[in-house]
Design a protein around this ligand. Structure first.
Ligand code: HSE
Length: 351
């Protein structure tokens, strides 16, 4: 049976969830997908690094007690050695799920670059490398005959990018608009029920939706990165964050929300990108009072949604989770499945 060895860069919630899925559902997945998966390298800030070309015992790693490191295990070290592991692992797919700095995308950009340069396909859930260096990294992947996949960089495992690139082919997509941040959507809903912005943000943090520093959620910069990705991927634009006007929800008051409700509308933080008649793409992030009949108006809580404005089908909307460890790990699995399919077509998977 065809087989892929993977390297997990970062072993926080998302990659740990992917390891759990592979560990518990491996044989079932192999039957369904027609290929098997093994993990041959793991790096993590706290655990260090581990490289075992014959395959790591995931059960043993998942059971490691808090405070333990990979030091002392065969192929193990107490420090992460990300660059060394990415370049020297025997894996053919690198799964990048480390921290990303929203200003320059590092260290994730360097991890992806190193993997592609050393001839490995990459999947990542990090917005940074895709929004800030997507063109360069896609070019590198093409030059090295490998794949760079990033479904989870927008709306976690909900298949927004693949819906556009696969299911909507043949249509002209004129624009996209969406609820791309669960925290701000949850906060606006709680404010509609009478809660203050501050209390609603604290609640979103305690429920695990918000970033540790929720400024990026509330002021729209998380959505701004996602809009860059949607505009470039779906509309073929070449935008950077500086091209996307941004206004978050901190200026929306309870009085605004109550007035909108009385008028039959609901505030949502909307990220959008549209192709104008002259071919330019205009993108923005802004709070909008949508009529209740709008497909995005009924999307509540931390749920995300994206509407595609198409020529032959009109508006097509997909909604689903935009965060969560298992939900985001599924995005990685869906990318691995896509990488396998592409490499198989190119004849680069051992049958
Ligand atoms: N904090 C983000 C949200 C997580 O609330 O949607 C996904 O980027």
């Amino acid at each position: 049976m065809p087989h892929h060895d993977i390297a997990l860069i970062g072993f926080g919630g998302v990659n740990r969830a992917l390891a759990e899925i592979i560990h518990t559902r491996g044989p079932e997945l192999a039957d369904e997908l027609g290929f098997s998966l093994g993990v041959v390298a793991i790096t993590d800030l706290r655990l260090g690094s581990l490289m075992q070309a014959d395959g790591i015992d995931l059960g043993a790693v998942l059971r490691m007690p808090a405070g333990a490191t990979f030091a002392g295990l065969p192929g193990g070290a107490a420090i992460p050695q990300n660059d060394h592991v990415i370049r020297h692992t025997t894996a053919d797919i690198v799964v990048e799920a480390t921290f990303t700095n929203p200003v320059d995308g590092e260290p994730a950009v360097s991890h992806v670059r190193a993997a592609l340069e050393s001839g490995k396909s990459v999947t990542t859930t990090n917005k940074g490398p895709v929004a800030l260096a997507g063109a360069e990294l896609n070019r590198l992947a093409r030059e090295h005959g490998v794949r760079f996949e990033y479904e989870g960089s927008v709306v976690s495992g909900t298949p927004v990018l693949r819906l556009a690139s696969e299911a909507l082919t043949g249509l002209r997509v004129r624009g996209v608009q969406g609820i791309l941040n669960g925290t701000s959507n949850y906060v606006l809903g709680q404010m509609e029920s009478g809660m203050s912005l501050t209390d609603a943000v604290a609640e979103a943090q305690s429920l695990g939706y918000a970033e540790a520093d929720p400024t990026a959620d509330i002021e729209g910069s998380d959505v701004q990165l996602k809009v860059v990705i949607l505009a470039n991927e779906i509309l073929g634009a070449d935008l950077t964050t500086a091209d996307v006007e941004r206004r978050g929800i901190s200026g929306v008051t309870s009085a605004d929300i109550i007035r909108a409700a009385a008028e039959g509308s609901r505030f949502k933080l909307i990220g959008s990108a549209y192709r104008d008649d002259d071919g330019t793409v205009t993108a923005r992030v802004e709070p909008m009072a949508l009529p209740l009949t709008h497909p995005l108006a009924s999307v509540t809580g931390p749920t995300n949604a994206v509407s595609f404005d198409t020529d032959l089908l009109g508006t097509v909307t997909i909604s689903g989770p935009g965060a969560g460890r298992l939900e985001t790990a599924y995005a990685l699995l869906s990318d691995i499945i896509a990488i396998d399919a592409h490499l198989r077509i190119a004849g680069e998977v051992v049958q």
